[in-house]
Ligand binder design. Structure first.
Ligand SMILES: [Cu+2]
Length: 394
């Protein structure tokens, strides 16, 4: 909701940052020409070259081509050739997800970018016959984003913001789960949104630990068995659909414990610029795929509050990178600023005080199909611009 220009901006402080990886989805738009054109015009960046890797998803596997690349910027183009059951590919470093492209139905493709250091990684596509294939990165990158103090500052300011958000999320979630355990149904309904907003701001970071995100934020249809449906949305169902808190104490305890666990994990994460950019894309896409559709808050209908959360998370990521983008692509900055404002304005039409369930917004069920289409078009335009950032800073 905050205009891009109003965000705080940390200034350079060049501590060493080792990326442990995180988040993300697509960063389409970039045609892979940036490295070439900058090499032609900037001698210092002559080594900065992006490796292009193709990942083809089939029922059988998701092998990367080539399977080995030199250290540095890597752009993964993921295509689902013909698989109905495998719809995503991730890059893993041990147990950690560094990048992903999801929601690829047969025939669709998308991409994500990362800067990788030497080591053996895995390309993972849940559901395929062979779901993990090794991917090797060799040598030392001749040129690193860590040489650019503005990028180092960006990763630090973003990390500090995430830590602060998750800290607040812990407190808000504990207040919510306490009300659930006390059987205070009406109070719990009002506290639900107050906890949700923090999670939706930092969701790409939480997705680094896929099972944790699944336990906290999974939906009924993600769960293999009814017992696997836990977390916010399971309690949401009890509050708004079943209208009974019977049997939810254990769920509340688990949600609280998982949130505390998330906080301890988040504080160890260090981000790389491409991850922050991809996380922004992820969040804006998330508004499109699960908020405007009304999918995520299907029992409570507080989707507009989640929309605000996703947008605020994306803003923070974009703003962290803005000082760098201003020198690399001022035209993109202008487009981002304009489309961000349009998105914030589109959401602001539904502000209501204190609003439905005290969310500050109207009940999402009152937003008509035509209005949802308008929201969708506006968000799409912003997503398109945000998706270009990763390619500019890799
Ligand atoms: Cu979510």
């Amino acid at each position: 909701m905050n205009p891009l220009a109003n965000h705080r901006r940390a200034l350079a402080c060049a501590a060493t940052v080792i990326s442990a990886g995180l988040l993300l989805t697509a960063c389409g738009g970039d045609k892979g020409n940036d490295a070439k054109s900058s090499a032609a015009t900037d001698v210092k960046n002559a080594d900065a070259k992006t490796s292009n890797v193709t990942i083809t998803i089939t029922d059988k596997d998701c092998a990367p081509t080539p399977a080995t690349v030199p250290a540095g910027a890597v752009k993964f183009k993921v295509t689902n050739k013909d698989s109905a059951k495998v719809t995503e590919a991730e890059l893993l470093d041990g147990g950690k997800m560094l990048g992903e492209k999801e929601n690829l139905t047969p025939g669709l493709s998308g991409d994500f970018s990362l800067t990788l250091t030497a080591g053996t990684y895995q390309v993972y596509c849940p559901g395929a016959g062979t779901d993990k294939t090794a991917f090797k990165v060799t040598g030392a990158a001749a040129h690193s984003w860590k040489d650019d103090p503005a990028l180092v500052a960006a990763t630090q300011s973003y990390a500090a913001w995430i830590d602060g958000q998750v800290k607040q999320e812990v407190a808000a979630t504990d207040a919510f789960t306490a009300a659930v355990k006390a059987g205070k149904l009406d109070e719990a309904k009002l506290l639900y949104g107050k906890a949700r907003i923090f999670y939706e701001r930092i969701e790409p970071t939480a997705e680094i630990w896929g099972d944790l995100d699944g336990r906290i934020d999974g939906r009924a249809d993600d769960a293999a068995t009814p017992a696997d449906f836990t977390g916010f949305h399971r309690i949401e169902q009890a509050l708004w659909q079943t209208k009974s808190l019977a049997g939810t104490a254990k769920l509340a305890d688990q949600l609280s414990a998982d949130t505390h666990d998330l906080y301890s994990k988040v504080r160890t994460v260090e981000y790389q610029p491409a991850e922050i950019a991809n996380g922004a894309t992820d969040l804006v896409n998330e508004i499109q795929s699960s908020k405007i559709t009304g999918e995520e808050e299907r029992y409570s209908h507080i989707d507009l509050l989640d929309f605000e959360g996703n947008l605020a998370g994306a803003d923070e990521a974009v703003n962290a990178l803005l000082p760098v983008l201003k020198t690399k692509d001022p035209a993109l900055v202008a487009t981002l600023t304009e489309r961000h404002q349009q998105t914030a304005d589109a959401l602001a039409k539904y502000v209501s005080k204190p609003g439905y369930e005290q969310t500050g917004y109207v009940d999402y069920r009152t937003v008509t199909a035509a209005q949802r289409r308008t929201l969708s078009q506006t968000v799409n335009a912003y997503a398109e611009a945000v998706s270009k950032i990763a390619g500019k800073i890799a």
